[in-house]
Design a protein around this ligand. Structure first.
Ligand code: PMP
Length: 399
């Protein structure tokens, strides 16, 4: 018999499955709010001008494509550290940071998970309930048992702060806690400054291991405001990990640009941890690709490009927030009784809309408006052309 005769069909990715269904839908009025991608007001994935300019410069330089170091481009890694912690951070001066360029945020989580498995083979990993759908699978694949900590309160469309602290307080020392640093995916609901302070305290008191995932820096309130949690942990003196993704903030999804940063206690640890992390990378994919990292490093390290990028990032952020406002106001103007103002308090690309799975089905079947069964919609896929149709559809399924 064939080697693969008994292989079972793996379940298909629910979000990609929804995309396939969307593509096959013949209705011209269809709207896809199921995706996790930022679209501009014309409904297209933007190619940022800063990216274009950095790419032109790279082409003109006609540089050879040798292997990068295992941990990637030095100027890139340093720029990542400044973006996370600011240029004047004592962590940089004290050489307490290990940063490795990674294959997107997912790649950063993966090398972080593999490294932690060597360091803490018996630890459990706690992720938020709910979380980005790949967190659980990724850490399970790295060999960890994954549990959920309380996070979202559907009744208030907000955080369940007591539940979250109770979960964290129940874990043994050494438990790895994955935290969304900003723009929580899928809910859009972030912790307040006071809530972060309490979370940091509990994590410190219980000896837990924070792993911050920052995939939307600059999409919430701004580059620095969105790094608030990262900087709170830095100020706490704890050792922790951070996975950065630039897929959204540079609109470079397919180039796979991200980074893993590990905060150590001192420069001696830094050297040793880097040497171990390099072993993990070497045995996974040897070294990262050149293009995306070069483009991002060029932008971050060239003042004119940097300003151009910050403007374009602000434009994306402002457009998402304008769509949140428009959605809430138009639903109200349309006579929808339910109060959707919680959507304004959410941050980033997503919103847990509060729509039930039956309502999501009706949106899709009757109106060609595609959302995730949990009620998650991508606000960054709304635009001035499709928002009225979406509002009408929501109003109809809520009748
Ligand atoms: N973490 C979170 C919270 C995400 O939402 C995503 C994907 N959008 C990622 C990580 C992965 O990012 P990337 O596409 O850069 O791998």
């Amino acid at each position: 018999t064939s080697l693969f005769a008994n292989v079972e069909q793996a379940p298909r990715d629910p979000i990609l499955g929804l995309n396939e269904q969307f593509n096959a839908d013949a209705r011209t009025t269809k709207v896809n709010l199921g995706v996790g991608v930022y679209f501009n007001d014309e409904g297209r994935i933007p190619l940022l001008k800063a990216v274009r300019n950095a790419e032109v410069a790279r082409l003109e330089a006609a540089s050879a494509r040798g292997y990068l170091p295992i941990d990637g481009i030095t100027g890139y890694n340093q720029a990542v550290q400044k973006l996370l912690f600011t240029e004047s951070s004592p962590l940089i001066a004290e050489k307490r940071l290990v940063t490795a360029q990674a294959l997107g945020g997912t790649g950063a989580l993966k090398i972080g998970a593999d490294y932690l498995k060597r360091l803490l083979p018996n630890a459990k990993v706690a992720i938020s309930d709910p979380s980005w759908e790949n967190h659980r699978a990724l850490f399970e694949n790295a060999g960890f048992e994954v549990v959920n900590y309380s996070y979202y309160n559907a009744a208030t469309h907000g955080i369940d702060p007591e539940g979250m602290l109770a979960s964290l307080n129940s874990y043994p020392a050494g438990t790895i806690v994955v935290l969304h640093a900003c723009c929580h995916n899928p809910t859009g609901v972030d912790l307040s400054a006071e809530q972060w302070a309490k979370v940091v305290d509990v994590i410190k008191a219980r000896g837990l291991v924070p792993f911050l995932d920052i995939a939307y820096q600059g999409f919430g309130d701004g580059i620095d405001a969105d790094a608030f949690a990262v900087r709170q942990f830095a100020a706490s003196g704890l050792s922790f990990l951070v996975s950065s993704s630039f897929s959204k903030s540079f609109s470079l999804y397919g180039e796979r640009v991200g980074a893993l940063t590990i905060v150590t206690a001192n420069s001696d640890e830094t050297g040793k941890v880097l040497s171990q992390l390099k072993r993990v990378i070497r045995t996974n994919y040897s070294n990262p690709p050149t293009h995306g990292g070069t483009v991002v490093a060029t932008i971050l390290n060239t003042p004119t490009l940097r300003l151009e990028w910050e403007d374009e990032l602000a434009e994306m952020r402002d457009r998402i927030r304008a769509m949140r406002t428009a959605l809430v106001e138009k639903l109200k103007a349309r006579g929808v009784q339910r109060d959707f103002s919680f959507v304004l308090a959410q941050r980033g690309m997503f919103s847990y809309s509060g729509l039930t799975s039956a309502q999501v089905d009706a949106l899709r079947e009757k109106h060609g408006v595609y959302a995730i069964g949990t009620g998650r919609i991508c606000v960054a896929a709304l635009n001035n052309q499709n928002i009225d149709a979406v509002v009408d559809a929501i109003a109809d399924v809520l009748k």
